[in-house]
Design a protein around this ligand. Structure first.
Ligand code: IVH
Length: 689
């Protein structure tokens, strides 16, 4: 392909991807499948890697991340990012309305022209997006309002943020403010994964979104699926007269606007909007904590102006975090697949934020101690930013005189084994990995999960039925089940409605689906199989990285601790856990059974593609920050072209690949050993041979 052809192909792909993205995120229309979309994106990434000079600032390939930012530079906001005055009552809002009317009247406005725009107050992280000549140049956090952190590379991974705006009514320079958030479903899924990986759970979507935006590896940001709502346009000489017009323009330009906003002609209308959304907001895909009320006309906004902290033309009404008191009937203890024990508050059922709450997590023994909560207490339960209700306190005055402090169990409630608590860890766990029933069924549930072997014809109740009747002892036995084995299988099924268990038996159609699903799962790639094994701390990402680096099971089993920690993202704790897993005879027997069943234990040809042998036998140390590649990407590139990445500089090293901000110590060492130092551009030339 000539560079000219590459240029036109890149242009063509870029336009197509921008188009489908826009259809998907702004119009809710998928005109092509995810697979086809990824294909286009991968073609583009491939071309851009071959012709890095042709990669544009607004290329959709940046959505997948890849850059690595060490420190986020602090930059000054062009327009300060102010906050809003808060109110909690109708009275305050009527005051606000009066204040506004007084000023506008004094300035000679006809009060009949006063309009408010009501929007929900999204509970996320505010962001300033700066566009120049239609291209997204900078994404900056609020910081202290005057200056914030520049997190552009991370912001670009958010698919509902346009990388370019081509509309004819868009000014040459403008700034869009909005709220970046993590959708509730994404948050719940992320926490589920963390639970499976034995990691501590995140508290709420807002903090998680905020933490995600500060990650150094933008490809990880891309995986976290953040979203954004735009709510404010700024610029010199904007061609609009009202906030409403700006919001509509933003929508036309491709920004994501929450459809929940509404124009109100009076404070009564505003109050009705607040009442309308008080409960309904809980059906939205994100957390909201109030309503923002803005004067619609820009001429009126200008006259009202700002105080030193906030605009006089806008105010935030905050809903009260919902909180109820109820009785703590009991504390039960759930044992997960890793043996981690979670105390659960069993509550007298109570209505809270539109749902009946019967249970709430108490996290761990420390939390119970901190709250000093006892069975029989009246406790306060809150549903705020968090999705799972939590016990926030105890009504000590209502405590019965004979109440006894809680004694945390010393033995597993499921199997009686003495519980352990590792130093520095908050969670107790049951070490009876082999025989503790919920650990066995939990492991099988993990094995069949969507992101593992994806056997969706097999749910928790069937698994328990199979275990109880002795048809299986572990997940590997699933592959040796026959139709006759499962037909008519008895299992217990829980009805949420009736609140009780009933006996059911497996019908022919479900039996066939089950067997077919199990057989089909043999096609899952090695990384899924590795994740399915449920090795402690080996989540989806770690499994992927292991497979990329070591290719097959043999290599993983034989790898030393040193070799494992060489792999990106794998620290000592994970490496140790992998080593332990493969030192256990029963685990080895389990894996052997899976091999016998025909599951895949090596990376497929296609995933293992070799691009060239231009770097054959050469070793590289990567240091600093790069423009065209993320560090992960560089490593893959080097390996795909026959080279190897090592971590330390020695006499034997061939090349030090130096990016920006490389540490002086590395440079000194490379010079001492006479190692050749190459730039990113030199490297690209080497790739081309
Ligand atoms: S307008 C000058 N609209 O609330 C006014 N802010 O306390 C600019 N927020 O920092 C803000 N939803 O992070 C506006 N619909 C909305 C909002 C909203 C959430 C946040 C924003 C701001 C804070 C103000």
């Amino acid at each position: 392909m000539t560079p000219e052809e590459a240029r036109s192909q890149i242009q063509n792909l870029t336009e197509k991807i921008h188009y489908y993205n826009h259809q998907y995120y702004q119009k809710d229309r998928s005109e092509i499948s995810d697979l086809e979309f990824d294909k286009l994106l991968n073609q583009l990434i491939k071309l851009e890697t071959q012709y890095p000079l042709l990669k544009k600032e607004d290329s959709p390939s940046q959505r997948v991340g890849g850059t690595f930012t060490k420190d986020f530079p602090t930059v000054k906001h062009q327009y300060p990012m102010l906050s809003l005055g808060n109110t909690y009552s109708e009275e305050d809002l009527r005051e606000f309305d009066k204040r506004i009317k007084k000023i506008l009247e004094e300035e000679g406005f006809d009060l009949a022209t006063l309009e408010y725009i009501c929007e929900l107050k999204f509970d996320g992280v505010s962001i300033s997006l700066r566009y120049e000549q239609g291209v997204l140049k900078q994404g900056i956090t609020r910081g202290d309002g005057t200056q914030g952190d520049e997190i552009t590379a991370n912001v670009k991974t958010i698919r509902s943020i346009p990388l370019n705006v081509t509309a004819s009514d868009a000014p040459a320079q403008f700034e869009v403010r909005g709220e970046i958030f993590m959708p509730n479903t994404v948050f719940a899924q992320l926490n589920q994964e963390r639970e499976e990986e034995g990691k501590e759970l995140y508290a709420n979507p807002r903090n998680t979104a905020s933490g995600t935006l500060k990650l150094q590896d933008s490809s990880e940001v891309a995986r976290r699926k953040l979203d954004v709502y735009a709510y404010y346009l700024l610029g010199e000489n904007l061609p609009f007269n009202t906030h409403e017009e700006s919001v509509k323009a933003l929508e036309n330009w491709g920004f994501n606007i929450s459809p929940t906003y509404q124009k109100c002609q009076s404070i009564e209308g505003v109050l009705a909007y607040i009442a309308h959304w008080e409960n309904k907001r809980k059906t939205l895909p994100l957390e909201t904590d109030g309503v923002v009320i803005k004067v619609n006309h820009y001429r009126q906004q200008e006259v009202l102006g700002f105080t030193s902290k906030s605009p006089r033309w806008a105010i935030a009404y905050k809903y009260k975090a919902e909180n109820v008191a109820t009785r703590l009937l009991d504390i039960t203890y759930q044992v997960g697949r890793t043996g981690a024990v979670t105390p659960v508050a069993e509550l007298e059922p109570v209505q809270l934020a539109g749902t009946t709450v019967k249970r709430a997590s108490l996290h761990n023994a420390n939390e119970i101690e901190r709250l000093d909560v006892r069975v029989g207490d009246m406790v306060f339960v809150e549903k705020g930013g968090e999705i799972i209700p939590k016990v926030t306190g105890v009504d000590f005055e209502a405590r019965a005189a004979e109440s006894q402090a809680l004694v945390y169990p010393t033995d597993c409630p499921e199997c009686g084994t003495a519980l352990l608590r590792k130093e520095g860890e908050a969670v107790h766990f049951c070490p009876n990995f082999r025989a503790c029933p919920p650990q066995i069924s939990g492991r099988i549930e993990h094995f069949v999960a969507k992101k593992a072997m994806n056997i969706d014809s097999l749910g928790g109740e069937t698994i328990n039925g199979l275990l109880k009747t002795g048809k299986i002892k572990d997940a590997a036995d699933l592959y040796f089940l026959k139709y006759e084995d499962v037909l008519g299988l008895e299992f217990e099924s829980y009805s949420e409605k009736k609140g009780e268990f009933s006996k059911r038996s497996m019908q022919p159609k479900s039996a066939k689906n089950l067997i077919d699903g199990v057989q089909k799962s043999k096609e899952q790639a090695f990384e899924k199989v590795l994740f399915a094994l449920g090795i402690r701390f080996v989540g989806e990402t770690v499994a992927k990285k292991l497979v990329k680096a070591l290719k097959n099971l043999d290599n993983i089993q034989r790898a030393s601790l040193e070799a494992l920690v060489e792999i990106e993202d794998i620290g000592e704790r994970i490496a140790q856990s992998i080593m332990e897993y493969f030192q256990d005879a029963e685990n080895l027997a389990f894996v052997a059974k899976l091999q016998q069943a025909g599951l895949s234990f090596e990376q497929s040809e296609e995933e293992n593609k070799q691009e060239s042998t231009h770097l054959e036998g050469k070793t590289f140390v990567i240091s600093g920050v790069f423009n065209q590649f993320g560090r992960d990407e560089l490593k893959l590139k080097i390996e795909a072209n026959g080279g190897k990445v090592v971590s330390s500089i020695s006499k034997k090293l061939d090349f030090l690949l130096a990016g920006e901000n490389m540490g002086p110590a590395k440079l000194e060492k490379a010079e001492k050993f006479d190692v050749k130092i190459i730039s990113e551009d030199d490297f690209v030339k080497m790739l081309e041979g």
